[in-house]
Design a protein around this ligand. Sequence first.
Ligand SMILES: [Zn+2]
Length: 86
Amino acid sequence: MNAILIEGVLFIALLAVATTLVVFIVRYYTAAGRALEQTRNRKAIEHAASLTCYRHGAHDERSMVRLESGEVMCPECYREVTDGRV
Ligand SMILES: [Zn+2]
């Protein structure tokens, strides 16, 4: 009975290692993996740029103000707009 359980556990471990190896090879040694990495880099840069106001600098994501249209705005700019200073 123990041999069957151990064999099952080892088989599942083998599948996990094989899957991890395939994912690693695809991510780091193929053109598709490079394209995925480049897309991830672009999204990270765009996300950082969306959190940076050209007048007030970078902000934390939680401090940004979401407008009714769905766009995100710098809290200082929103405060200036609501106060009527802009
Ligand atoms: Zn701003």
